[in-house]
Design a protein around this ligand. Sequence first.
Ligand code: TXA
Ligand code: MG
Length: 320
Amino acid sequence: MTTKITKNIDTAAAALQSGKVVAIPTETVYGLAGVIYQQEAIRDIYSIKERPKANPLIVHTYSADTLPEIAHDIPEAAYKLADVFWPGPLTLLLRKKSNIPNNVTSGLDTVAVRVPSHPVTISLLRTLKQPLAAPSANPFGRISPTSARHVFDYFDGKIPYILDGGTCSVGIESTIVGFDEGVPVVYRHGAVTAAQVKDVTGNVTIKTASTNTPKAPGMYPRHYSPRTPLVVTDDIQKALAGFRGLSTVVIGYSRMCRDLIAEKKIVLPESGNFEEAAAKLYGTLHYADSINTDIIIAEKFPEKGLGSAINDRLIRASKK
Ligand code: TXA
Ligand code: MG
């Protein structure tokens, strides 16, 4: 099979309807999608990604109006968050309805749901009138894809189509929020910050992999990894000195990074709450990994705004 990159939504829809797996664009990262009721497609998503079966998939739907078909006993706070952040980079963990197939949720009684904001995928979902299960379109543990090209480089020959929606505007995965007695719990930092969740609901608990035993099954310590060893540091100058004699590429955002004399360096934009840095993060990691240095040195971000989500990805990318 040769993989075609297409902009034709009907072509992608027809392939999905016939039980095929198709890569789709979202505002966060590209997804490897299948219609939730197509058992073969769901099986293929796991095998193409080499993803452990115990790691459930996110269900993508075109509107919060479809929630009653997917979940029950939906907390008030979930509706409030959906109102503010959908369509957008927020995933809600809700009690699943029995019509959601067990292989989508790895047998859990909860289902992860989100309404993406990418116009191409919203039209695709409206055309299909069926939800799509989609994990990020990277082999298990590798860097997530933010362009059709990234997906092609991973899966050429393994899927019939990649629906091309350009470069992902947000560039970092959705925030995963569950509920404990109606109180929102952030299980994965993402494009919506914990502070933004709190602003809407009045309270928030954080139980990400680094702060607690993971509830979200996919919170593996090592993830998002380039082939090149990556180190994360508060002091890039010192780290660089420590790797003298090796070829390095430095990724950072700060004044120190801007001023640093290094053979290879990529400076991420610093403005605001790091939205621009997040949008460029995975593209930068893909590139840094492609230039074959001995080490990638990445500067740790401040733990504010999207800094927490960026640090989460960098730290997991650095785990051996
Ligand atoms: O931005 C995103 O969320 C992207 C785009 C494609 O939508 N998708 C994505 O999917 O990041 P994935 O599979 O790479 O990450 C989904 C995470 C996994 O860690 C998985 O374990 C967790 O969500 N998850 C899914 N269903 C769950 C459930 N019922 N309970 C707990 N965690 C769940
Ligand atoms: Mg992923």
